[in-house]
Design a protein around this ligand. Structure first.
Ligand code: ADP
Ligand code: MG
Length: 340
């Protein structure tokens, strides 16, 4: 049996445990899938690629060990993008570039289990994909979500001066776990790196109550808030002592922790802005939400230099000349695939 037949068999075995929703008229098995859309619904689509050695370890032993988590995360990171629009995830497609050494019963079964576990948790259906052979493992997942007729999408571009800035969950956990995999905190936080929780119910609740801008934090808070600033043509004041911190990360050196929280990436939390008179929602998953600052007007100097958020610590601006609580002004731009 070749790897294509193997995948077909394993995927259909694992997927058979889950029910296909009624609106998927055709899933895996034809040239393309067909799904019915509710009247007036709008389709929200995205795609993300995970590359061996870049988004997960290059090491074959690690990849063998993490088959389930890799399958899970490929779904979770895409669902997170759909959630960040305020939409409800519906289905995914998977393009799998598979090295021969991973085309085994064991690896594919564990991978499929992680993938379908995530699909069940986030209520999405794998409706198709493509498989090729490759030297390295590369996973592209595209996700589709739906927005009801009357529900506005939440873009990066709507933040208004005076809005409050919020984030969900806690920040920096994944980055710390990546950098210190064998420390006690790193071990405690490994699930935050390998199995992030997309904030689906929160994203949907936020569009209902009038969030003005939203983004999922995949490249680091500072850089991702910068996208809201730029697209909304506003500035932000962020208070570092407000950044939500998990219990394991609270025992880490302050400047190292803040670096993970501002520039670490892989958080998959939602950052969003709300008018000051609107209380943040309590969604059905009880996602914790923390106010970390506010939207401020741009000064003329900002428009020349680009639009990063302004950081404050204990009421004082954190600047290259007064970097406290950092010893020296850090690089905060997070992950950039084509930098340098
Ligand atoms: P085609 O020749 O049209 O590219 P394929 O042989 O690649 O068809 O795929 C056959 C069916 O299996 C299609 O419905 C496709 O969506 C599905 N499929 C192939 N690879 C995957 C995969 N990695 N994950 C999910 N579905 C897949
Ligand atoms: Mg194909």
């Amino acid at each position: 049996m070749n790897e294509f037949e193997l995948i077909k068999r394993i995927f259909s075995q694992v997927q058979a445990r889950y029910r296909l929703p009624d609106d998927v008229e055709k899933g895996i098995g034809d040239d393309a899938s067909v799904m019915a859309l509710p009247a007036g619904a709008r389709l929200v689509s995205c795609i993300d690629t995970l590359v061996q050695g870049r988004h997960f370890s290059a090491d074959w032993d690690e990849i063998n060990k993490l088959a389930f988590q890799i399958g899970y995360k490929a779904v979770a990171v895409n669902v997170s993008d759909i959630a960040a629009m305020g939409a409800t995830p519906h289905s995914i497609l998977l393009a799998l570039a598979l090295p021969e050494r991973l085309a085994t019963e064991t690896w594919l079964t564990n991978f499929a289990k992680g993938l379908f576990h995530a699909c069940q948790l986030f209520d999405v259906t794998l409706i198709g994909g493509d498989t090729t052979r490759s030297e390295n493992l590369v996973l592209s997942v595209s996700a589709q979500g739906l927005l009801a007729a009357s529900t506005p999408a939440v873009y990066r571009s709507g933040a208004q001066v005076g809005d409050k800035v919020y984030v969900s969950g806690t920040l920096g956990d994944a980055a710390y776990a990546l950098q210190h995999p064998n420390s006690s905190q790193g071990l405690e936080l490994a699930h935050r790196l390998h199995m992030p929780t997309p904030r689906i119910t929160l994203g949907a609740a936020l569009t209902q109550i009038g969030a003005t801008a939203m983004i999922d934090i995949s490249d680091g808070l500072y850089q991702d808030l910068g996208h809201i600033c730029e697209q909304s043509a506003v500035g932000m004041r962020i208070d570092l002592e407000q950044l939500p911190t998990s219990q394991p990360l609270a025992s880490v050196d302050l400047s190292e922790r803040l670096l993970c929280q501002l520039a670490g990436g892989d958080d998959y939390e939602l950052a969003f802005t709300l008018p000051a008179n609107i209380e943040p929602p309590i969604d059905s998953s009880n996602t914790p939400v923390t106010c970390i600052g506010e939207v401020i007007a741009l000064s003329e100097a900002d428009t020349v230099k680009g639009l990063p958020p302004k950081l404050f610590y204990q009421g004082q601006p954190v600047t290259p000349t007064h970097p406290n609580p950092f010893a020296t002004w850090p690089t905060l731009t997070g992950y950039q695939h084509f930098a340098g």
